[in-house]
Ligand binder design. Structure first.
Ligand SMILES: [Zn+2]
Ligand SMILES: [Zn+2]
Length: 114
């Protein structure tokens, strides 16, 4: 089997793709470092809850990137402490209780409407 050479999705560098990962080793390492920094930041914060915007701004992430990491299971430990505002009802809820940045109760309501 031939190894695949691919362009890193983050920095554009050519790299040897040995797994499904679409970023190079350097970016992957940087990403892991950032993820553990986010977890540490949230866990060690004296605040009871932290709005997601604070994290997006501090770590220069988009909501979509955060969502992707979240779905990949990277923020399990901080899911109850990081909060977002439901785009439907405006309630502040932990990210652990959400689907697509809508709170669980609004998500349920939407499902019932379909
Ligand atoms: Zn890269
Ligand atoms: Zn809601």
């Amino acid at each position: 089997m031939m190894a695949n050479v691919a362009n890193c999705k983050k920095c554009g560098t050519l790299f040897l793709q040995t797994s499904k990962r679409d970023i190079c080793d350097k970016c992957f390492e940087a990403q892991n470092k950032m993820l553990s920094e986010i977890n540490t930041f949230v866990i060690t914060s004296p605040e009871e809850t932290i709005p997601i915007e604070v994290i997006l701004q501090k770590f220069n992430l988009t909501k979509d990137e955060f969502e992707a990491f979240y779905l990949a299971g990277k923020f399990v430990k901080i899911g109850q402490k990081v909060t977002f505002v439901c785009s439907k009802c405006g309630k502040t809820v932990p990210i652990a209780n959400k689907t697509n940045f809508i709170c669980n109760s609004c998500a349920k309501k939407l499902q019932n409407e379909i």
